[in-house]
Design a protein around this ligand. Sequence first.
Ligand code: PLP
Length: 308
Amino acid sequence: MADFKIWMNGRLLPQDQAVLPVNSAAVFYATNVFEGLRAYWNATDGELYAFRLADHFARLRESMKMMRFSVPYGDDDLFEAVRAVLAGNGVQEDVHMHMVAYVLGAGMDATSPTGLYINPRQRGRLAPEGRGLACCVSSWQRTSDNAIPIRLKCGANYQNGRLALLQAKADGYDAPIFLNRDGKVAEGTGATLFMVRKGRVVTPGTASDILESITRATLIEDVCPGMLGLDVAERDIDRTELYVAEEAFFCGSGYEITPITSIDRFPLGSGEIGPVTRAISKVYMGLVRGVDTQHPEWRTPTYKAVTV
Ligand SMILES: Cc1ncc(COP(=O)(O)O)c(C=O)c1O
């Protein structure tokens, strides 16, 4: 696996030199906000396209605002950092990046000084080729908006996901699905959930204690209705609906479209990856790489821009 250098506050550093002080809020309380995003190499175009960069920057800014960070990085700073890390590493392959803004000061109420790093890495697909995930409904509850809001993409929030993931694995499942404080379906640990029920594509609404996912928006805005002619219903989902769904999948920048083929050991549909999931995945992957040239506004060229 390529050991990419990390861009940290304007410098490219080897992995073991990109470190944070132990007394910083960033380390002790996980006072950071972050984005996980992907850039896709398009060999025909000789270009590395970052997908929906502007939306990731906007969400990072919202997270910084909610966390009262003293220095909210602007789009220009963030784009320059993305270009610098990709160019500095000479990346010409698919890459996943964590873009992290953090608080260096000590203490629970620290809001400054802030720092920024981007950690690029190779990241494969989450479900083995041709197989879907065996999921469970977690006995851990998704944290609620008035406690630890999931709309806010803060590192500390992910302890909720960690508890559920480790429990799911200990119980022999691949991944958990969270219910929210109202007992309705929320999402996965780091992905949005969609199901296909009675031929209809359904996903929980954004007030269901979920992250406002950019991939979810991509499917709702055009992939499903425009490119595939599939309506998407945004509504509450009951736990038992999952058991009788024809299909289900996770989606996210990291997860892309990851099929789920059983939930609490109930096989979904035939127990194989379903046709709707396959179709959505195919269209999504064509779009992010720019093989399908629709929606050029969603793909930011990062490679030619830095090498000319
Ligand atoms: C908790 C959570 N939900 C959903 C998602 C999917 O969001 P997106 O499509 O913006 O990557 C992610 C990934 O960032 C996540 O961490």
